[in-house]
Ligand binder design. Structure first.
Ligand SMILES: [Zn+2]
Length: 67
């Protein structure tokens, strides 16, 4: 109930620099997402939190069932 998820600072394992939040569109398993994701400002590697994908997939399934 309104408990914020603590932000974890992620570090790019290649460049060793902190990741920056970017607004991004990406596709996973044929489903397009639009969300803030962490990306490395140096090499552009994007890290997608597992929970985000699962949450979006669950929402998508609900929408599919709905129609
Ligand atoms: Zn990097």
């Amino acid at each position: 109930m309104g408990v914020p998820i603590p932000e974890r600072e992620l570090i790019c394992c290649k460049c060793n620099v902190p990741l920056e939040k970017i607004s991004s569109n990406f596709e996973y398993m044929g489903v397009s997402f639009s969300n803030d994701v962490d990306a490395c400002p140096n090499c552009g590697q994007v890290f997608i939190p597992y929970e985000l994908v699962i949450g979006q997939m669950a929402e998508t399934e609900v929408q599919l069932e709905d129609k």
